[in-house]
Design a binder for this molecule. Structure first.
Ligand code: TRP
Length: 331
């Protein structure tokens, strides 16, 4: 039996290089492995906890959907869908809430971090916390358990959510008899985090990202903003610098070695950044072309996601029906 792999992608911003090398590329590679049956979805209802309005939702939703397709997600291989299309998810969410101890949610990282921040500022501990944020892990458990998922590829920051999903499945099974499969996280150990413009981890929350799909000029401008030290042309550069780290991601081995050598031999930052731009742009250009195509043909994207939802729904209905039988709400 193939193992079922499932992961959700939250549309809360524009896809950047950290997303690409850390999540998108490895997930697409996984989908080419015949041992796995992959379900990848856009977690639009999870994004509601941070999005401000409808325009943001639509902007980021299509940016993320088109990004996955442009990066090579094959809808014939991957069941690719939009979370909000799967109504069964929200029914399971409610059922699972009833086997989820409130204390478990009190300990969830995102909520706990908000409470700690409020306490440090001396304001009400639940200030700014809505129930969407508080219940986030339960909806995520529903996303996962609804598909009898074996493996969930995620970053380390999401590990606790998978443990919570496993706990919730266990609680359900103890109360109603074994109906739900306990998932495992799939954390790519050598999946190094990417450095951002300022040398810290590339992350939207640090505002140090390089957007994956923009026009060439904007890409170049971002690359020019990479923080470097003040060594002059002619002075040897540190091979662990951000420019070199990023260059390696895009270049073939030989080209990367040559670049590193040139840096050690005193290549100036301006020239180094220009060369980084060239190699990055060459790497991104064919994908960008596809991205622009999908962005200009959103109805095609909608169609792909609708077909994905039909496939996903079939599995979701089976699992939900099993769950309803277990709790006594089936007919
Ligand atoms: N919480 C995940 C994130 O912020 C997104 C997500 C939602 C998810 N549902 C999921 C990931 C189910 C894996 C499985 O990145």
């Amino acid at each position: 039996m193939k193992k079922r792999v499932l992961t959700g992608i939250k549309p809360t911003g524009y896809a950047h290089l950290g997303n690409y090398f850390g999540a998108i590329k490895p997930a697409i590679e996984l989908s080419h492995n015949e041992d796995y049956d992959c379900y990848y979805f856009i977690a639009d209802y999870h994004a509601l906890t941070t999005l401000e309005n409808k325009e943001e939702m639509q902007e980021y939703f299509y940016n993320i959907a088109c990004t996955w397709l442009a990066c090579g997600l094959d809808p014939a291989k991957v069941v690719f869908y939009r979370q909000s299309d799967i109504k069964e998810d929200f029914e399971l969410n409610w059922i699972l809430a009833n086997v989820t101890p409130k204390g478990l949610m009190n300990r969830a990282h995102a909520y706990k971090a908000m409470v700690e921040k409020n306490e440090n500022e001396g304001i009400d501990r639940d200030d700014g916390v809505n129930m969407g944020l508080y219940n986030y892990p339960i909806l995520m458990a529903a996303d996962i358990l609804l598909f009898d998922t074996d493996l969930v590829p995620v970053g380390l920051d999401q590990k606790q959510h998978i443990e919570i999903a496993r706990d919730i499945a266990h609680n359900f099974n103890v109360k109603y008899g074994k109906s739900l499969k306990g998932p495992k996280e799939y954390i790519d150990e050598d999946n190094k985090t990417l450095v951002g413009l300022d040398g810290r981890k590339m992350s939207k929350s640090y505002n140090n990202t390089i957007r994956l799909f923009t026009d060439e000029k904007t890409l170049k401008k971002s690359i020019m903003k990479i923080v470097t030290d003040s060594r002059l042309p002619g002075e040897p550069k540190d091979k662990d610098c951000t420019v070199n780290k990023l260059f390696k991601l895009f270049a073939e081995k030989e080209e990367a070695e040559k670049f590193e050598n040139d840096l050690l031999n005193g290549l100036g930052w301006g020239d180094a950044k220009n060369r980084l731009f060239e190699v990055a742009n060459k790497f991104i250009a064919p994908m960008r072309e596809k991205f622009d195509y999908y962005m200009a043909n959103k109805d095609e994207v909608d169609e792909i996601l609708k077909e994905g939802a039909l496939k996903a729904e079939k599995v979701a209905r089976e699992v939900l029906s099993r769950v309803r039988q277990a709790i006594g709400t089936d007919r």
